[in-house]
Design a protein around this ligand. Structure first.
Ligand code: NAD
Length: 484
């Protein structure tokens, strides 16, 4: 079929009702919940709240579909997953618009990038394979290591990057021969319901099921004996619950959790060209980013000058509705997070910290808008330094010695990612090696890749996504020994 034919075949109606995908069918539910546009506070739509029975049906369907799916060759599964990338592509503009509508991020920048990257991921992961390997062979015997699918995977996703993080789970799960039940965040279920609907045009029934609803669904999944693995992205607090509940049948777990990522600017850094990069790294997606720069350490010789120039730059940026092409930073995605930020802003004010930009949330606005805020050198023990704000507020901290900066950077239960910036590459790399985090960038930031494992240390997670290691987490290692 030519490309135009393909596109038509895969196009879905984005104006149609939002339905769950269970056993290859699009299904509604007896009860519903409201999904809001964070830029206006208006209800976008009522989404289906799947019942416990529907979750059972989805898991049973994934279980039934799994043996035949696993029995396909890698090449056959690869062509299904590639077709899924084509099908997503056929709907790309609608997915981007929906992402901005329910999540808030600017359509022309972050939403577009997220959806394009997600589709690219699906297309590329379709080509990845964990091959069997002979690790020992002598005149008597052969030892072969292979990777077998786990069975049914339960995927639980958050609201900050619902499209990318959802598809990061689906593609490696399916290519390795597992089937899936996915539960999106109740704050941003719509994009996931739509990409589930698109998937039903491509995959056999039961290979990918989507059930939307509340947090209790996550618990039903983590407790369920027919789920072999939970792939979870969300907060550390929920990650701990997932881990406890998954112990019932020793589920495999991958936990991608919170972070409080430090960035260290070493003395003598030519920082002016870095300001736009660091601004985006801290305030992109309105700071609602697990790997956002959340603490910025600048040497005392440059601190005051840096703060002045950073604030000058940040003042030119606009917070607004993500559908407006002039918006740089969108709203906070949901009221729960917005209220957490109101409390953090109150704490910053009550303690008299030195706020150089922003600082006051106008609670009369209809959308969840929070101003770009810079706090100059608050104490290490302050909430804005210790907590993961998940909003557009950044403390810029002053240090005297590099050892002090490293000690403070590591003084956290989190260990997701970090960055080190400096004039001498080798020195910066030496510092990077002392940072306790799953990913440390030097003189660059937020680079991800299909073949680059990503995961948190300490309480930022367990296991990795992406790369061969990420694929392997969707499999059991199986050792064969054959006597010759
Ligand atoms: P959250 O933990 O509140 O929710 C995440 C998901 O878990 C949602 O789908 C929710 O419905 C579900 N859930 C809630 N209670 C559950 C339970 N008891 N059992 C099973 N599932 C349950 O997180 P959030 O607020 O949606 O997301 C923000 C957090 O996610 C931040 O801490 C952020 O740093 C983190 N995050 C981490 C990464 C990463 O890759 N490390 C990426 C994005 C976001």
């Amino acid at each position: 079929m030519n490309e135009m034919g393909n596109k038509k075949q895969y196009k879905i109606d984005f104006d149609g009702p939002y339905m769950m995908s269970i056993d290859g069918q699009l299904v509604g539910s007896n009860s519903t919940f409201e999904v809001y546009n964070p830029a206006s506070g208006a209800v976008i739509v009522q989404a289906p709240a799947g019942s416990k029975d529907q979750m059972e049906e989805a898991i049973a369907s994934a279980k039934k579909a799994q043996p035949a799916w696993a029995a396909l060759s890698h090449a056959e599964r690869s062509s299904y997953v590639s077709a899924y990338a084509d099908a997503l592509d056929a709907n790309i503009e609608d997915i981007i618009t929906l992402l901005t509508t329910e999540q808030g991020k600017p359509r022309h920048s972050m939403a577009k990038t997220e959806v394009e990257a997600a589709i690219f991921w699906v297309r590329e992961v379709a080509k990845r394979e964990l091959k069997s390997e002979i690790i020992e062979e002598n005149e008597d015997h052969v030892v072969e290591i292979s990777h077998t699918p786990l069975g049914v995977v339960g995927a639980i996703t958050p609201w900050n990057f619902p499209i990318l993080l959802g598809l990061w789970k689906i593609a490696p799960c399916l290519i390795t021969g597992n089937t899936m039940v996915m539960k999106p965040s109740p704050y941003t279920p719509l994009g996931t319901l739509r990409f589930g609907e698109i998937a039903q045009k491509v995959f056999p029934p039961g290979v990918l099921n989507i059930v939307s609803g509340g947090n209790d669904q996550g618990q039903w999944m983590t407790e369920h004996p027919d789920i072999s693995k939970i792939s979870f992205t969300g907060s550390t607090a929920t990650g701990k619950k997932v881990m406890a509940s998954s112990s019932s049948n020793l589920k495999r777990i991958t936990l991608e959790l919170g972070g409080n990522d430090p960035a260290i600017l070493l003395p003598g850094t030519d920082f002016e060209p870095l300001i736009p990069v660091l601004f985006d790294a801290a305030y992109g997606n309105a700071g609602q980013w697990c790997i956002a720069v959340k603490r910025l350490y600048v040497h005392e010789s440059q601190h005051a000058d840096f703060v002045k120039k950073f604030v000058e730059y940040a003042s030119t940026k606009k917070v607004g509705d993500g559908m407006d092409p002039s918006t740089d930073i969108g709203p906070i995605q949901n009221k729960m997070q917005y209220e957490k930020l109101c409390s953090l802003f109150d704490d910053t004010k009550e303690n008299g910290y030195d706020v150089k930009l922003g600082g006051d949330i106008d609670q009369t606005l209809e959308g969840n808008f929070v101003p770009i805020t810079v706090v100059d050198n608050p104490p290490e023990e302050s909430r804005v330094v210790q907590e993961e704000p998940f909003g557009p507020i950044l403390p810029i901290l002053c240090y005297k010695t590099v050892d002090e900066a490293v000690r403070k950077a590591n003084d956290t239960d989190y260990g997701l990612a970090a960055s080190v910036w400096g004039p001498h590459r080798e020195d910066a790399i030496d510092i990077a090696k002392r940072i306790e985090a799953g990913t440390v960038w030097v003189n660059e930031i937020h680079i991800h890749g299909i073949d680059i494992p990503f995961g948190g240390h300490k309480q930022s997670g367990m296991g990795v996504e992406n790369g061969q290691e990420g694929l392997a987490e969707f499999t059991n290692t199986k050792t064969y020994m054959f006597k010759k």
